[in-house]
Design a protein around this ligand. Structure first.
Ligand SMILES: Nc1ncnc2c1ncn2[C@@H]1O[C@H](COP(=O)(O)OP(=O)(O)OP(=O)(O)O)[C@@H](O)[C@H]1O
Ligand SMILES: [Mg+2]
Length: 482
C-alpha cells in the first residue's frame, strides 16, 4: 500500500484530505505543521508528501528543504493559495515535485498524487539499476546481466591479458566493436594503439596498402612512403572488422602474418617484423562461410583461437531494462536534461519488440525518444512506430528487398513540388518514414536511385527544414519524423 504524509496547520483540512485519500486506498498519516511533519519522516518512509505552503512556525518552504535533505527522492507536492504562484515556482526550483492551487478539485489532487508516486517508483527503480550497474552487470561500458553476457564477460576477462587472437561474431549492432575495444583496454597493451580497419569499406588494392603500407612509387598515386595499419598497431591491437569481406589473395597474406608476424610494404622488399594482437569481427557465420568455400578455412582456424559469439538482443531480453537505463542516463546527460525515466507502458513495448537492429537500434530509439519527450518520462508516443506497434518495418535491415518502385518512384533529379519546395522523392521519403518508422541514407539512395552523396544532401535539407530528425551518427544514422 502506498503511504501519504499530509502536512497542514488546519486540522479540518487534514481530516477532509485524510478521508479522501484513505478512500482511494492510500495509507494516510497527517501532521499538524512542519515540525510534526519532520518527526513523521524520521519515523517512517512515505511514497509522497503533501504540504501546505503557508503555516505558522516552520512554513512549507522550509519543511520542503528539510525533507529534501533527508529524503532527496521522495516527491513533495505543495498546496498553495491562489495568487502565490511565484512561491510555488520557487518551491519547484528547490526540488518540489509539483504544486496545486487551493482550492482544488479532489480529482486534481488524486491525479497529482498518482503522478508523484509513479515518478517516485521509477526514480527508485533507476537508482537500483544504477547500483546494479556499478556492481557486476557491466564490463567496462558493456552492459549485460543475462547469463549469456555474463559468460562473455568471464571469457573476455580470461582472454584479454593474453595475446590470443580473438574472433568476434554476432549480428549487426550486437556490440562486436565494443568487445574488441574492451579486450584491448583490459590487456597489458592498453597504453599502445588500438587500430581498427574495416575490411568491407575499401576495394582490395586500397585495403592492401592500408594494411601493409606502401613504398614511394609502388603504384600511381603513391607519392610518399606510407606506414600500414599493421605497423601502426605495433605492440598494440589490430581490429579487423568485417573480415569476411576480405579478398582471397589478401586472406593468404594475412595468414602469413598471423603465422610469422612478418610482411613487406606494397612495392617493397624489406621484411618488417611486428608484434600485434589480432582481433577480428564478422556478422556472418564464418565457419559456414569457410565450409562453403567463401572464406579460407586455414585462416578461419587461425583467427578462431578464441571465439566470442554475441547473442542478438532478442535472445537476452533480460538485459533490456539495464540497457534502457544505461542509454537513458547517457542521452539525458548529453541533452543536459535531468533524469528521465521510461513509463511502464513504454517499457512494456520495448520488452515485447524484437530489436532486429540489436543494441544499436535500441540506443537510437532511446536517443530519439529523449529528444521527442518533453516531460521527465518517456511515453509510448515517443517511441518509433515499429516499436509502438510491434511490427518491424518491412525489411528494416534489408533495404535491398524493399520494392522501391512502389514507395519512391523514379524521378528526375531536379523535379520539385512547387507548394512545399520539396522534391517529390523527398515527399515520398516522408511517406516512407510514416509507414516504416525511419529511413537511412543508404535506403533513400537505393530507393530513389540517386548517389549516397545526393541522398545525404536531400535528407539534410529535410533536417534543416525541420521535417526530419537525424538520430545517431555515421553509418548507423537514421532519419525519423519529428
Ligand atoms: N552490451 C552493450 N552495452 C552497452 N552498449 C552496447 C552494448 N552492445 C552494443 N552497444 C552499443 O551499441 C552500438 C553498436 O555496437 P557496435 O558498434 O559494437 O556493434 P557491432 O556489432 O560492431 O555492429 P556492426 O556489425 O553493425 O558493425 C554502440 O553504440 C555500442 O556502444
Ligand atoms: Mg562494428
Amino acid at each position: 500500500m502506498n503511504t501519504v504524509l499530509i502536512v497542514d496547520d488546519e486540522r479540518n483540512y487534514l481530516l477532509v484530505l485524510s478521508e479522501l485519500l484513505s478512500e482511494e486506498g492510500y495509507e494516510v498519516v497527517t501532521a499538524e505543521g512542519g515540525l510534526r511533519g519532520l518527526e513523521c519522516i524520521e519515523e517512517s518512509d512515505f511514497d509522497v508528501v503533501i504540504t501546505d505552503m503557508k503555516m505558522p512556525g516552520m512554513d512549507g518552504m522550509e519543511f520542503l528543504e528539510r525533507v529534501k535533505l533527508r529524503l532527496p527522492d521522495t516527491p513533495v507536492v505543495m498546496m498553495t493559495a491562489f495568487g502565490s504562484v511565484e512561491k510555488a515556482v520557487e518551491a519547484m526550483r528547490k526540488g518540489a515535485f509539483d504544486y496545486i492551487l487551493k482550492p482544488f478539485k479532489n480529482e486534481e489532487l488524486k491525479l497529482t498524487i498518482v503522478k508523484a508516486i509513479d515518478h517516485y517508483h521509477l526514480v527508485r527503480q533507476n537508482r537500483q539499476m544504477a547500483r546494479e550497474l556499478q556492481g557486476k552487470y557491466h564490463f567496462g561500458n558493456i552492459i549485460g546481466k543475462s547469463s549469456k553476457m555474463q559468460r562473455i564477460f568471464e571469457l573476455i576477462e580470461k582472454v584479454a591479458p593474453t595475446k590470443a587472437t580473438v574472433l568476434i561474431t554476432g549480428d549487426s549492432g550486437t556490440g562486436k566493436e565494443l568487445i574488441a575495444r574492451a579486450i584491448h583496454y583490459n590487456s597489458p597493451r592498453n597504453e599502445q594503439p588500438f587500430i581498427s580497419v574495416n575490411c568491407g569499406a575499401l576495394p582490395e588494392n586500397l585495403l592492401e596498402s592500408e594494411l601493409f603500407g606502401h613504398e614511394k612509387g609502388a603504384f600511381s598515386g603513391a607519392v610518399n612512403q606510407r606506414k600500414g595499419r599493421f605497423e601502426l598497431a605495433h605492440e598494440g591491437t589490430l581490429f579487423l572488422d568485417e573480415i569476411s569481406e576480405m579478398s582471397f589473395p589478401l586472406q593468404v597474406k594475412l595468414l602469413r602474418i598471423l603465422q610469422e608476424m612478418e610482411f613487406e610494404r606494397v612495392g617493397g622488399s624489406h621484411t618488417l617484423k611486428v608484434d600485434v594482437r589480432m582481433v577480428a569481427a564478422s556478422n556472418r557465420n564464418l565457419k559456414e562461410e569457410a565450409a562453403n568455400g567463401r572464406f579460407r578455412s586455414d585462416l578461419y582456424y587461425r583467427l578462431n583461437v578464441v571465439h566470442v559469439h554475441l547473442p542478438s538482443l532478442k535472445e537476452r531480453k533480460d538485459d533490456l531494462p539495464l540497457l534502457v537505463n544505461h542509454f537513458l542516463a547517457k542521452y539525458a546527460k548529453e541533452a543536459m536534461r535531468e533524469s528521465i525515466a521510461m513509463s511502464s507502458e513504454a517499457m512494456g513495448r520495448i520488452l515485447d519488440y524484437d530489436w532486429p537492429g540489436n543494441v544499436r537500434e535500441l540506443e537510437n530509439v532511446i536517443e530519439r525518444a529523449i529528444i521527442l519527450s518533453n516531460g521527465q518520462q518517456i511515453e509510448i508516443k515517443d517511441l518509433p512506430n515499429e516499436v509502438r506497434d510491434l511490427t518491424p518495418p518491412a525489411n528494416a535491415l534489408e533495404p535491398k528487398q524493399i520494392s522501391g518502385a512502389t514507395l519512391i518512384p523514379e524521378l528526375s533529379a531536379g523535379e520539385r513540388l512547387t507548394d512545399s519546395g520539396l522534391k517529390v522523392r523527398q515527399m515520398r521519403a516522408i511517406e516512407f518514414i510514416k509507414i516504416n518508422g525511419f529511413i537511412t541514407n543508404k535506403y533513400y539512395s537505393k530507393l530513389a536511385e540517386i548517389s549516397e552523396r545526393q541522398a545525404l544532401r536531400e535528407l539534410s535539407e529535410l533536417v534543416e527544414a525541420g521535417r526530419l530528425l537525424r538520430i545517431g551518427k555515421g553509418r548507423a544514422c537514421r532519419y525519423v519524423q519529428i
